[in-house]
Design a protein around this ligand. Structure first.
Ligand SMILES: Nc1ncnc2c1ncn2[C@@H]1O[C@H](COP(=O)(O)OP(=O)(O)OP(=O)(O)O)[C@@H](O)[C@H]1O
Ligand SMILES: [Mg+2]
Length: 179
């Protein structure tokens, strides 16, 4: 994984509240499915990590689970070029955004992402482009190479980072702990 110098520090008051090891793409997909079952409109997951960390892999599994029956085979393209893909799912509208190509947070507002973060389930890759304006209602999932297993190219670790009083973090942490 190339090291990207652009990963943003979380805003003041945000802290790592839980970690889980993800030894394989399958483990990441399984965690995404479990977390997706806890999501509802108004929830935002900020998926942070270097190029190739597994953000889209996580989002694809989560979106397929949210779509519901038949979603396992749904086409979930990376939004790298379209910036946003919107899905109608059994759990409500889901926005999948990739902000890598944005140059300022105003462009994200123009995409309608601010409003969507209140009304839809949002999965946002490259939230670094919004920093430090991360909404307090969101949770950041930071995916990185697993420092405990540096020789394995598939070994990742995921940290859940959120404000200390985050209701969404409180909802997700028990699921993360079960990984
Ligand atoms: N433990 C793991 N979890 C997730 N993906 C993994 C893991 N191990 C290997 N991979 C592989 O790493 C790749 C991750 O690609 P993905 O497109 O999800 O990255 P990304 O973080 O979205 O990158 P980008 O910043 O370019 O959008 C996939 O090919 C996936 O199979
Ligand atoms: Mg991606």
């Amino acid at each position: 994984m190339p090291v990207d110098p652009d990963l943003a520090a979380p805003p003041p008051g945000w802290r790592a509240q839980g970690h889980v090891r993800l030894p394989s793409p399958e483990a990441t997909g399984a965690l995404a499915i479990r977390l997706a079952s806890c999501l509802r409109p108004g929830d935002t997951l900020l998926l942070q990590g270097q190029l190739g960390a597994g953000k889209s892999h996580f989002a694809r599994a989560a979106i397929r689970a949210l779509i519901g029956p038949g979603g396992e085979t749904a086409e979930v393209p990376s939004p790298s070029f379209t910036l946003v893909q919107v899905y109608d799912t059994a759990a409500g509208e889901v926005w999948h955004a990739d902000l890598y190509r944005l140059t300022d947070s105003q462009e994200a507002a123009e995409l309608g992402l601010d409003a969507a973060m209140h009304e839809a389930i949002c999965l946002v890759e490259w939230p670094d482009r919004l920093a430090p304006d991360w909404p307090d209602t969101a949770v950041c999932l930071r995916v990185a190479a697993d420092p405990a297993d540096p020789a394995d190219p598939d070994a990742r670790s995921l940290a859940l980072i959120a404000p200390g009083d985050s209701a969404l973090a409180a909802r997700l942490l028990p699921v993360l702990g079960a990984a």
